[in-house]
Design a protein around this ligand. Sequence first.
Ligand code: GDP
Length: 175
Amino acid sequence: GSFDEECDYLFKAVLIGDSAVGKSNLLSRFARDEFCLESKPTIGVEFAYRNIRIGDKLIKAQIWDTAGQERFRAITSSYYRGAMGALLVYDTTRRSTFESLRKWLRELREFGSREMVVVLVGNKSDLTHSREVSLEDGQSLAQLEDLSFMETSAKENVNVEDAFLQMINKIYDLT
Ligand code: GDP
């Protein structure tokens, strides 16, 4: 039998954040354990699945990714529809992507469901020499907005699993 028949829950979650912060690579790490050095702008929407076991329950996590939100405003509402969680990603080496979070949070509140689980992710933590956003800046924003927070490296595979699993566990706790 396929997993679909046996799976207890299907959780939809979305990746959001500025272009080139590493959303696609975080997803491919989580779903396929791959990292790709070339940046290929996502056209429209892609998604990937990963099956997770929590206790005796089987959860199918469906994670949506798009790099084209700015260019594809029309898809925004379908992108968020039914999403129970979001990874809100910025690039620790580009301050502008951190400043954009205000805009992303506004969009989340407009299109996302009220009880959506949001994990703030500062990616590219491996690039210590070009850091423009401190760990403390990420922590303070997370505290202010009441979000979970983690710094990750999709490249070095640091905290990627943790960030996704934290989100999925929190969604599970709400069901
Ligand atoms: P997206 O547009 O947000 O989906 O970003 P991508 O996943 O396409 O990544 C944009 C660029 O950043 C690519 O060149 C990636 O190889 C690179 N990148 C992504 N994550 C990391 C990371 O954790 N560390 C480093 N050093 N580079 C990364």
